[in-house]
Design a protein around this ligand. Sequence first.
Ligand SMILES: Nc1nc2c(ncn2[C@@H]2O[C@H](COP(=O)(O)OP(=O)(O)OP(=O)(O)O)[C@@H](O)[C@H]2O)c(=O)[nH]1
Ligand SMILES: [Mg+2]
Length: 210
Amino acid sequence: MSLESDRSAVVLAGGHSTRFGDADKAVADLAGTPMLRRVVDRLDSIVDEVVVNCREDQVPAIEDALAGGPAATFAVDPVPDRGPMAGIMTGLRAATGEYAAVVACDMPFVDPALIAHCFERAAGREAAVPRVDDQWFQTTQAVYRTDPMIAACERALKRGDRRIVEPLSDLDYAVVDEDEVREYASLETFENVNTREEFAAAAERLATDS
Ligand SMILES: Nc1nc2c(ncn2[C@@H]2O[C@H](COP(=O)(O)OP(=O)(O)OP(=O)(O)O)[C@@H](O)[C@H]2O)c(=O)[nH]1
Ligand SMILES: [Mg+2]
């Protein structure tokens, strides 16, 4: 068994991209490659399995965006629009790994070296979550132990709490602080793209990078 055989990735894409406008940012062409495809490509090298979480109506376009690339399976929200934390729960339910990295589809600069480190830090615990400014947990670029995180999401939703940090209160998690993050990645790894302006700026940087 390879070292990585327990590792899944869940890419979250079930939002409505309202700040982006009419189109789905997940599949929007970012410097020649759909944004979600960039995230999947980066994660594929460090996990055994990639699961994409989205709504049913997004599946065809996301399939197109991934065509010819790494294999991915879909985890469709049984009830759409319950927020990113419910999406994490849906994705993790479909994941087969003991641990899974969760990354939002709008983080095209995600650094696989940091994710690999989060897998190391989560070992023997229930999560490893970066926190760069002693305040905001990067819950959509973190590693969770699949079963306890599913249970924690279920409990939070049952309490009527959709906040994405809420499941952490039930978990034994490691915090990956800013200094530790910087050993593996630059902080652009956490940059998320919401508006057309942010998308254009990200495209410009990616075009000059490659
Ligand atoms: N499954 C699921 N995922 C969601 C939901 N809302 C947001 N997400 C995902 O969570 C991540 C971060 O969300 P946002 O940046 O707010 O994305 P968004 O909701 O599509 O965009 P806005 O409408 O502009 O807020 C993205 O990967 C989204 O696809 C939801 O209701 N369900
Ligand atoms: Mg949103």
